[in-house]
Design a protein around this ligand. Structure first.
Ligand SMILES: CC(=O)SCCNC(=O)CCNC(=O)[C@H](O)C(C)(C)COP(=O)(O)OP(=O)(O)OC[C@H]1O[C@@H](n2cnc3c(N)ncnc32)[C@H](O)[C@@H]1OP(=O)(O)O
Length: 188
């Protein structure tokens, strides 16, 4: 029989109040509290905390606190990824981010979702869909990336966008819902 964590990572309905998952979230929150309370001059301390929180991060990661996530262990980052102030990554399902991708302040990445049927929702069970963002993407401030979305390499997402569907590579896309505005191939 699958554990609740295995169901969660498989995108199946699962119980978020499961003891193992609660313990893992608590551990992540304790690390986040230390990270978010750390000073700008405590670079070694921050590097040490981030290595524990995000074991699948590439070299050159820069996270400007405050930063928030559910588990950390489900976030895979390429090299030289940058998160500006106050980003939130609900990594209930895997979140995969490519090299050199930049996030403006207050970007929200949500893999977590709940059943639309109120009776199933009332049972407390929930589920999640993975999010993938390619290399060299720039996500403008306050954008929301919804569950299950992929954003192709080198694309730019305008500030304040709500990305509900996949965005291809090499485009500027913006708005709520986020739509492709133009190709960036000719601008390269
Ligand atoms: C990593 C960091 O920390 S980043 C720091 C934080 N900074 C930001 O988040 C800034 C993000 N910047 C943006 O969102 C800007 O809008 C940019 C850079 C994407 C604008 O790019 P430009 O190529 O100059 O776009 P341009 O102004 O030509 O707009 C093209 C169209 O898209 C629209 N548009 C541009 N940005 C947005 C947006 N965020 N949301 C909705 N529509 C937008 C414009 O209104 C315009 O529409 P129109 O043709 O109907 O007039």
């Amino acid at each position: 029989m699958k554990t609740e964590k295995e169901k969660m990572l498989a995108g199946e309905l699962y119980d978020a109040l499961d003891a193992q998952l609660t313990q893992e979230r608590t551990q992540a929150r304790l690390l986040l509290k230390q990270l978010n309370d750390s000073g700008e001059d405590q670079t070694e301390e921050r590097t040490h905390l981030l290595a524990q929180l995000l074991p699948q991060a590439g070299a050159g990661l820069w996270i400007q606190p405050p930063f928030y996530c559910d588990y950390g262990s489900n976030i895979r980052l390429g090299e030289k990824v940058f998160f500006n102030f106050n980003c939130v990554v609900l990594d209930v399902a895997p979140v995969t981010i490519g090299h050199r991708t930049l996030f403006g302040p207050n970007v929200q990445i949500y893999t977590a979702t709940h059943p639309m049927d109120h009776q199933i929702r009332a049972s407390g069970l929930e589920f999640a869909k993975p999010i993938t963002i390619g290399d060299d993407v720039w996500v403008g401030g306050s954008a929301v990336i919804c569950p299950g979305v992929s954003i192709g390499a080198r694309s730019v997402i305008g500030a304040g966008s709500v990305v509900t569907k996949d965005i291809p590579a090499d485009v500027f896309a913006a708005g709520n819902p986020c739509k492709v505005i133009r190709s960036l191939r000719e601008e390269a």
